[in-house]
Every structure is written in structure tokens, then in C-alpha cells.
Design a protein around this ligand. Structure first.
Ligand code: KG4
Ligand code: ZN
Length: 337
């Protein structure tokens, strides 16, 4: 079955055609990063306008690149949660309209679940369930016990910022452009990760929860100490701050994943979200989680994309007994798995 995937949760419009949940025939992303860069973050109103402009031409392109006709589609899968409400509405209403016009079903997909599915889709063999799911993105940082595809128990989550958000905010403090994650990674290569004794937060009684706000404040004070005038931020110092921040944030993700793996006696780890692009994160898992089997998303599936939406859509449709969603399906800005 050919599935059209639509993604418009935040600042990327994306469309993809995927066959039977795995084979990617096309996977297109219209990124708005350059437009938002001047504001140092996503401006929701601008994001919505771009989604409106980009969605239909992108669907056309996805069909052309896949070499299929719109009438060959069997299902439409659309990310309907979580995200910016205006942005979600555009993708969801586009999917509903196309579903009605073509007389084919549509299913709403949880974007965060799709980030986990991206890793499953990227690997030839499947993880053994139960496994641990780790999402480190710009909007989410959480750990799940994945009992099967579609059956998840939340076992840890951030109490404040998401990991990607902490990267973006740290980058902003260092005067780097948005999105900051890749910029911090690049700058960190020239820095000493031991230069600053930064630490991620530990939540009392909840060892698998995350907190990055203290780390962010520590970065701020390293740039603007409370008791002194602003200090000179040399290129070397910036690189040292980036490296020390990155090490503290990523080690925390690895430590808590290892703790979860030990607690539940699990070896297979499925990772998703934009921060999985970070090479230091992958190296730390290799170094410290030698007895684990890590399932990483391919590079094209780690950032927001519609192939993961289409791929998961195929399984969600099967899970629902080959039934699509109702046209009353709302979009949700927050939705747990
Ligand atoms: O999964 P994603 O594309 O969007 C959300 O669902 O949020 O993740 C985007 C986030 C941004 O915060 C970005 O700075 C971060 O992923 N990111 C990185 C890297 N590449 C992207 N963070 C650290 N290192 C990277 N190489
Ligand atoms: Zn995402």
C-alpha cells in the first residue's frame, strides 16, 4: 500500500510517499529555518503561512519523485499532534480534504511516536520488545518502555526544557544562529569539554527524569557572571562552553538511558529526534553502552520528516483494523503516547 505522509507540526513542511511502512519512494522537506533564523526561533504565524504555501506543491513533488499517481495512494498519514496549533491544522485539514476528494482513509499520527518509528524504519532488523525508546528532539526529551509497536509506558521525561531546546538556547546565548544544535556540535569540536564543570539536573525520587534548566543557567553565568561585569567571550572560551555544555547534556541522556536499560533488564534501545544527529551522542552510546543494541534513525529520518509519518501510518491503519480516522479528529498541541 502506498501511503502519503504529511508533516507540519512546527517549522518544516514535509511530504513523503512510503510503500508498506518501510520503502521510501520520496521524502521531501521544505525547511523554514532560514526564515526563522533572523528572529532567533520559530515565529508561529510565519510558520503557518509557509505551510499553507508549501503543502500542495510539496505533495505534487513527492508524487512526481516517487513516480506514482495520486490515484495510486491507499492512505494518507498526517502528524496531528503534538506541535503548534496553527501549523498542525494546516497539515491535518489538508489531509482530510485530500482524503475526502480521493475517497481514501486518513490516519492521525503522533509525531513523537513517529520519531521512534524512524529508527525502526531505518534498520534492516527490528528491535526485540520490550525495548527502551529515547526521544531527544527540540520539543521532547523522554524515555519509554516500548512493549510493542504502539504500546508504550512513559518512564522518564523532562521537567523543563527538551534537550534540543537547551542546545538552541545555549547557542543563542553564544550568539550562534538557529537551530543551535548543529552549531554547538561544530563549535564544540574546538573546545575542551572539561573546561567548565556543568551538570544536568537530577530530579529527587525520579532518577529517569531530565532537567536542563539549571545547566542553561550555568551556561548563562559562565558568559555573564553575576558578581562581575560581562567577561570577554573569546572564540576559545565559546568553544569551551559549547563543548562543556554538550558533554553535560549528552552524558545525562546516556546515563539515564543506561539506568533505564538496567532497571528493566533491556538491551535494545530505539532512539529518535533531531539531537540523535549529534556524533558525540552516538560516540558516547558506543563508549558507555557497549552491551546495548542501539537503533539509530538514518540522517534523513532523524530530523522532522514525513517518511516516518507515512511509515508509522501504515502500521497505525493496520492497528485500527484497517480503518481510518474520523473527520472530526482534532489536532492536539500536547498528546502523550
Ligand atoms: O526532531 P526535530 O527535528 O524537531 C522536533 O521535533 O523538535 O529536532 C530539532 C532539534 C533542534 O532543537 C536542533 O537544535 C536539534 O534537534 N539538533 C541537534 C543536532 N541537530 C539537530 N542537537 C544537537 N546536535 C545536533 N547535531
Ligand atoms: Zn520532531
Amino acid at each position: 500500500m502506498l501511503v502519503l505522509g504529511i508533516e507540519s507540526t512546527c517549522d518544516e513542511t514535509a511530504c513523503a510517499i512510503v510503500e508498506d511502512g518501510k520503502k521510501i519512494l520520496s521524502n521531501l522537506v521544505a525547511s523554514q529555518a532560514a526564515m526563522h533564523e533572523v528572529y532567533g526561533g520559530v515565529v508561529p504565524e510565519l510558520s503557518c503561512r509557509s505551510h499553507v504555501e508549501d503543502l500542495v506543491p510539496l505533495i505534487d513533488q513527492a508524487l512526481i519523485q516517487a513516480g506514482v499517481s495520486i490515484n495510486d495512494l491507499g492512505l494518507i498519514a498526517v502528524a496531528h499532534a503534538p506541535g503548534l496549533v496553527g501549523a498542525l491544522l494546516i497539515g491535518l485539514n489538508g489531509a482530510k480534504a485530500l482524503s475526502l476528494a480521493l475517497g481514501i482513509p486518513f490516519v492521525g499520527i503522533n509525531h513523537v511516536e513517529a520519531h521512534l518509528y524512524a529508527a525502526i524504519m531505518s534498520n534492516d532488523h527490528s528491535p526485540s520488545y520490550p525495548c527502551i525508546g529515547v526521544v531527544v528532539s527540540g520539543g521532547h526529551t523522554a524515555l519509554w518502555l516500548m512493549k510493542s509497536l504502539g504500546d508504550y509506558e512513559l518512564i522518564g521525561q523532562t521537567v523543563d526544557d527538551a534537550a534540543g531546546e537547551a542546545f538552541d538556547k545555549t547557542a543563542k546565548m553564544l550568539g550562534l544562529p538557529y537551530p543551535g544544535g548543529p552549531q554547538i556540535e561544530k563549535l564544540a569540536q574546538n573546545g575542551d569539554c572539561k573546561a567548565f564543570a556543568f551538570k544536568s539536573g537530577v530530579i529527587k525520587g525520579k532518577p529517569l527524569d531530565f532537567s536542563f534548566s539549571g545547566l542553561k543557567t550555568a551556561v548563562l553565568y559562565s558568559i555573564k557572571p553575576q558578581d562581575k561585569a560581562e567577561i570577554e567571550l573569546t572564540e576559545q572560551k565559546k568553544a569551551d562552553i559549547a563543548a562543556s555544555f554538550q558533554e553535560a547534556a549528552l552524558r545525562d541522556v546516556v546515563d539515564k538511558t543506561l539506568l533505564a536499560a538496567e532497571k528493566y533488564g533491556i538491551k535494545d534501545i530505539v532512539l529518535g529526534g533531531g539531537v540523535t544527529n549529534n556524533k558525540r551522542l552516538r560516540a558516547l552510546f558506543q563508549e558507555r553502552g557497549r552491551n546495548l543494541n542501539c537503533f539509530w534513525p538514518s540522517r534523513e529520518l532523524s530530523l522532522d520528516n514525513a517518511a516516518m509519518i507515512a511509515g508509522l501510518g501504515y502500521h497505525v491503519y493496520e492497528r485500527k483494523g484497517q480503518r481510518g480516522d474520523n473527520y472530526t479528529l482534532p489536532c492536539e498541541t500536547r498528546l502523550p503516547l
